[in-house]
Design a protein around this ligand. Structure first.
Ligand SMILES: Cc1ncc(COP(=O)(O)O)c(C=O)c1O
Length: 347
């Protein structure tokens, strides 16, 4: 697939096909009262898909997350029960392995276990976090992934494959063809050579580049150990950044607990120290203007690009996500960027 967003689309589309196969002929109005669930921190592509497939934004139910940015399974079960009690048909749960901002890993095994036998399609958006599966040290973050119906992963994120290079996998044989195949006779002849290897009709697109070639070459070049090294070094850079923040005596402050390779933090100018706790912070606090000023400074110098955002009711904070470092970003780079952030923040 072209990316994680389209991978999520495949997941929800296949789920809808399983729950309401009549839609293919009759249209979305024939689906009945379908409802899907994602965490409040899930990627916006789930919402785009809900609109695109005719589910409707209102039928994509948001589930609260805990302090680590993980979907709360008790809240999910309560929302599923509530929907059923209202005569609706829950058909899809879109989980996430490494949410975009906070890096939360939803509890895959617990959700899969609790929804076992429910006939709800379980998909995980592992666009960011799927790389952890290559690391014996970190793959436990996706514990239970083998119990799900489908997964999408963007190798063009953490693994550093050139855009575009992402994949969608489902364990439900025949589901891709069931949802997408139209048997265009001029292309997908059953009597041509190697027709069993032709996946074209299972996909939404027609003409494609051989994007997966990049992944194959990455595997050939790096091997299992190299892939694990890429992931482990990103985690270790995140460890280093967190240790620097914690040792900074209030100059840098974590905005959220660290999860995976995502580190969310503020630089706090001397005049604003100590920064009040999160519960007392919102966009009206002057810290809101600090990250944009620092980012613009770093960007103008060509020194670094570290994104910021005001989400979760908090003033703008930095979100540094370590991806595909490949030896280019080192602990020294992190130290240099932090000290430049501090200089620009005081200027
Ligand atoms: C959790 C998550 N899912 C999906 C996407 C979209 O992935 P892509 O850019 O490969 O479409 C992103 C992008 O950052 C993401 O963070």
């Amino acid at each position: 697939v072209p990316g994680g967003s389209i991978g999520n689309l495949y997941g929800m589309h296949l789920a809808r096909q399983r729950a309401a196969p009549q839609v293919k002929e009759e249209g979305a109005a024939a689906a009945g009262q379908l409802v899907a669930f994602v965490s409040q921190d899930a990627h916006y592509s789930y919402l785009k898909t809900a609109r695109l497939i005719g589910l409707g934004a209102k039928n994509l139910i948001s589930v609260p997350t805990d302090r680590m940015g993980r979907m709360d399974p008790d809240a999910l079960m309560a929302k599923v029960a509530e929907a059923r009690a209202a005569g609706k048909l829950p058909f899809f749960v879109g989980l996430t392995a490494a949410t975009t901002v906070r890096g939360g890993f939803d509890p895959l095994r617990e959700v899969a276990t609790r929804l076992d036998g429910s006939n709800i399609w379980l998909h995980v958006d592992a666009a960011w976090g799927g790389g952890a599966l290559f690391s014996p040290t970190h793959r436990n973050l996706l514990d239970g992934v083998d119990m799900l119906d489908s997964l999408s992963w963007s190798a063009h994120k953490q693994m550093g494959a050139a855009l575009q290079c992402a994949l969608f996998i489902t364990r439900n044989e025949g589901a891709l063809a069931g949802a997408n195949a139209v048997n265009a006779a001029y292309l997908f002849q059953p009597d041509k050579l190697n027709s069993d290897l032709d996946v074209g009709d299972k996909t939404i697109q027609c003409g494609r580049k051989a994007d997966m070639m990049k992944l194959w070459m990455l595997f050939k070049q790096q091997g299992d150990e190299g892939c694990a090294r890429i992931v482990d070094s990103a985690f270790s850079l995140a460890d280093h950044l967190v240790s620097k923040i914690e040792a900074s005596d209030g100059a840098f402050v974590m905005a959220h607990p660290r999860s995976g390779c995502n580190v969310c933090f503020w630089y706090v100018p001397k005049a604003m120290r100590p920064l009040p706790p999160n519960a007392h912070l919102d966009k009206s606090h002057p810290i809101h203007n600090v990250a944009p000023k620092i980012k613009a400074g770093l960007q103008r110098e060509g020194a670094a690009m570290v994104g910021f955002q005001a989400v979760d009711g908090l003033p703008n904070f930095f979100r540094w996500v370590f991806a595909s470092p490949g030896g280019v970003v080192t602990n020294d780079t992190v130290d240099e960027v932090l000290s430049r952030m501090a200089e620009i923040g005081e200027a």
